[in-house]
Design a binder for this molecule. Structure first.
Ligand code: ADP
Ligand code: MG
Length: 685
């Protein structure tokens, strides 16, 4: 079986099932093997009923007391059962499983495993799985993979497909030379793929993960070196000088630049006027005001008669930048002639945009990676800006640069990373840091609460809205695929509307909406026509609505802290006091401690490093990772050691064999040429 075998070649996968797999971006058998488990389930030792903790999945070994009670509510059957062990009792509830009434005999002993919940003061378990002690024993302490699911695909069906794929797949020959395998203690690629799906124990899982993360970093860094060689010290073909435009713009702005912004703006002006091409990264925490600095650079570019381009990772963000440029242009009479270019535009609209860009009728192109399509030809591209760079792969940035003839490059990122890592990851860029927030900002007030706080949170939101403010609510993520994210958001918004006063306008946003609808909702929210926006994490990056003062995050425990910090960055962007409410459904001590870090600090870098201290590598799969630089599973914070190792390995390799000509490096070279075709798929969202 070769790597472009479609999954329909697997037994039991017909067109219909393949359609479900497609929704998870799985088309080929290879994609299936690279659909790594989201986490692993272990069947832990049963514990006493009195020791169970609400919000946690627990197993208890207990006997059924009394006869199960079966009720029918509309088309739902509800079976309630009481159980007890020597330390206490508990109620179990099963939905639509009426046959269990016959199975669960009074006095019978079972292992019941499920999420502990509270009803009033009593603990209950809903829909637990039940096992005989003997069956349960067989699984104890094994790691069972759990995959991201979609409607129509159960965890079990994915497991089965992966098992089959692992048997039939022809694995690539080992491509690292043995020196690298030995020095960095790597297991083979094949072993890694097998173990990442079905690890025997934690140790094996960690070895598998290490190899896969190493691969990911290694290929990234090898590409980076290649690019660096290509772009090192390019001559400045677009020498630019400051004109009255930027000076006037700065005078007209309702605020003064912060010291940090002024400093970076000076660095940019020096770069643009120097004899080398600019290659600069602006790092600044969320809300530090990076956009205005980029706009100044773009304004200088168009005032010097060239075109500029600005790329954002999502359409929503691109559209927002476009709207604010239009507003500034009108308000202050700026020299911009901007155009928007995004994937969802019609073919006709795109064609018109391409023509205007090629003819130079527009001088600023704002968009998503639609900007780098082959069809786009710039007349005179002098400066390229990428916003939220960490969301793109490095290749996308390169593709944009290749569009012109060596334009200046400015990239922006809110990712707080230590200097040592920044040098590895952005080795080809000069780094500027905006290290302060605008002075008028009040620090955000945070709280971490459990679900019983919800009514109070809603009251609080109502109060803020009554004072003219707006709020975001980030909906819980969908766990087991029974609901799509979309339905979930819609349902939550409906419930919220019902409990909030009638005049409060609640709306919702999710990734699967048509782009035009997404844009309309964001515009309405920006314009203040929506008071409360219920959303998935699509609003995570870059969105700027300074009037929004409340961010409520449901299921906060499921997010990485870096991501929560980004979400929090959506508020506290204006003069009003802002609030962040993190709701955790899990009251475990460690969870609360972890979330409490957000309570203690609004500093992104501090948060990232504290998070790292708390999370051992063994827990890496529990929480969604930060997704820096869109690595698939590598985490630049937690896997910093692997990143450094991969960096050393690349350095050694290139030092010995810059062109990869030695016989032992041929498999590696072939492997990367193959990958290069897919422009190293560091997927964007
Ligand atoms: P980020 O760095 O997260 O991209 P933005 O550039 O979106 O932040 O800026 C956030 C908000 O702060 C915007 O509304 C912007 O107009 C405002 N802002 C930027 N610089 C300043 C400043 N020096 N003083 C006051 N407000 C500012
Ligand atoms: Mg931004």
């Amino acid at each position: 079986m070769i790597h472009n075998t479609p999954i329909t070649d697997l037994k039991g996968i017909g067109d219909k099932t393949a359609g479900y797999f497609n929704k998870l971006n799985i088309t080929y058998v290879k994609d299936l093997l690279y659909h790594f488990p989201r986490d692993y389930e272990t069947f832990e030792e049963p514990i006493n009923i009195k020791d169970t903790v609400p919000g946690e999945i627990c197993a208890v070994y207990a006997s059924v007391t009394g006869i199960p009670n079966l009720k029918k509510v509309r088309n739902l059957t509800i079976l309630n059962v009481l159980i007890k062990d020597s330390t206490g009792g508990m109620q179990l509830t099963f939905f639509n499983m009426p046959y269990l009434k016959k199975v669960l005999k009074p006095g019978g002993y079972y292992v019941f495993r499920g999420m502990i919940q509270t009803r009033g003061v009593a603990k209950i378990m809903e829909q637990p799985k039940l096992y005989s002690m003997e069956d349960y024993r067989k699984q104890t302490n094994m790691l069972q993979p759990r995959y991201s699911l979609t409607k129509g695909l159960s965890n079990q069906s994915i497991q089965k497909a992966v098992k089959q794929a692992l048997t039939f797949y022809t694995f690539e020959q080992e491509y690292y030379p043995s020196t690298i395998i030995d020095e960095y203690n790597l297991i083979s690629g094949k072993e890694a793929l097998c173990s990442i799906h079905f690890p025997i124990d934690k140790e094996e899982l960690l070895k598998a993960r290490k190899r896969i993360v190493f691969d990911e970093f290694f290929s990234f860094l090898l590409m980076l070196r290649k690019n660096k060689e290509l772009s090192a010290k390019l001559e400045n073909k677009f020498q630019m000088f400051e004109t009255a435009d930027t000076v006037r713009f700065l005078e007209q702005l309702p605020f003064n630049l912060t010291k940090g912004q002024k400093h970076v703006w000076q660095e940019i002006r020096n770069d643009l006027a120097s004899s080398y091409c600019m290659n600069r990264l602006i790092q600044g925490d969320v809300g530090s005001g990076k956009t205005i600095v980029a706009l100044l650079a773009l304004l200088m570019c168009v005032a010097n008669g060239h075109q500029g381009a600005m790329m954002a990772p999502t359409e929503v963000l691109a559209k927002q930048h476009f709207e604010s440029v239009k507003t500034y242009t009108k308000q202050y009479g700026l020299a911009f002639k901007p155009i928007l270019l995004v994937g969802s535009m019609s073919a006709k609209e795109k064609k018109e945009a391409y023509d205007m860009i090629a003819l130079g009728e527009v001088n600023l192109v704002i968009g998503t990676h639609a900007l780098i399509q082959d069809k786009v030809n710039y007349k005179d591209l002098g400066l390229v800006v990428t916003d939220e760079q960490h969301r793109f792969g490095v290749m996308q940035r390169e593709n944009l640069v290749k569009k012109g003839s060596n334009p200046h490059v400015l990239v922006m990122s809110a990712t707080p990373i230590p200097r040592t890592l920044a040098i590895i990851l952005y080795g080809d860029l000069n780094i500027s840091v905006i290290d302060e927030l605008p002075a008028d900002r009040l620090p955000i007030k945070n709280c971490v609460v459990n679900t019983s706080f919800r009514p109070k949170a809603y009251e609080f939101i109502a109060k803020e809205v009554a004072q003219g403010r707006q709020a975001y609510v980030i909906c819980p993520m969908v766990e087991d695929g029974e609901l799509e994210d979309a339905e979930n958001v819609i349902e939550y918004a409906g419930k919220l509307q019902a409990v909030l006063p009638e005049q409060i306008r609640v709306s919702y946003l999710h990734g699967k909406m048509r782009p035009a609808d997404k844009n309309r909702i964001m515009e309405d929210f920006s314009a203040g026509n929506i008071d409360v926006l219920v959303s998935t994490t699509v609003i995570e990056v870059g969105i700027n609505v300074p009037n929004a003062t409340v961010m409520m995050v449901e299921n906060a425990e499921r997010f990485g802290l870096a991501q929560l910090h980004q979400l929090r960055g959506r508020v506290g962007r204006g003069e009003h006091q802002s609030y962040c409410i993190f709701v955790s459904t899990n009251e475990k001590k460690e969870t609360m401690e972890r979330l409490d870090i957000l309570n203690k600090s609004n500093d992104g870098f501090f948060i990232a490093s504290e998070d790292l201290k708390l999370r051992g590598p063994g827990e890496l799969f529990g929480v969604r990772q930060s997704g820096e630089l869109a690595f698939e599973i590598g985490d630049i914070y937690a896997d910093a050691d692997i990143l450094k190792a991969a960096n050393d390995a690349v350095d050694d390799l290139l030092e010995r064999d810059r062109q990869l000509l030695l016989p032992e490096n041929q498999p590696l070279k072939r492997h990367f040429m193959e990958m290069d075709r897919n422009a190293i798929d560091f997927r964007t969202i």
